[in-house]
Write a protein that binds this ligand. Sequence first.
Ligand SMILES: [Zn+2]
Length: 219
Amino acid sequence: MKLVLTPQTLPDVESANVIADIKGSEHPEQVIIVSGHLDSWDLGTGAIDDGAGIAVSMEVANLIQKLHLKPKRTIRVIAWMNEENGSAGSKQYAKDHEKEISSHFAAMETDEGAGHPLGINIKGRAEVKKMFTPVAAILQESGAGMLNLVEHCGADIESLEKAGVPAFSPIQDSRFYFNYHHTAADTLDKIVPKELAENSAVVAVVAYALANIEQPLPR
Ligand SMILES: [Zn+2]
């Protein structure tokens, strides 16, 4: 067997997170993050890791506008930079917004591919799961009604999780994710458009629920 290994480490260059807000109508200072990461492993095009997460997050903003919904809190779409090489983008965001952590109402990330969503992961207090029972009932119709309390919801929202911000992510069918993840085979043909759209729908429902829920989430 002959292996050709090509990795090399180059010096850091300046780059940026890409951030867009739909301003909340009642509590614009309170923020719900909907996110994925912009960079990919260098071998493939990064369609499932994490082009899918970016597409899902952008589509959430698109759906909310198309449906003329008025979120009461701000929905902030973030395309994080540099998840794969140490999460510099999300760490910088947490640093820059250190003083406004308490106004970060919740954070979501989609980073497990584009497979059919089964429900929602929640990193937070058990009461948060209870509060989301009506949301799960809505999502159950599309087969995404599960609510799981987990220890961790996504690499880029980890700094916010640690600061006590309730975190969410879609539970995705990731049976095939690691067949392609971080390889040259991570290309757009691995994505089923219908399943990608299902993920956008689930994340949009959760984001809108977070934006408009009456009571604050316990931290
Ligand atoms: Zn990823």
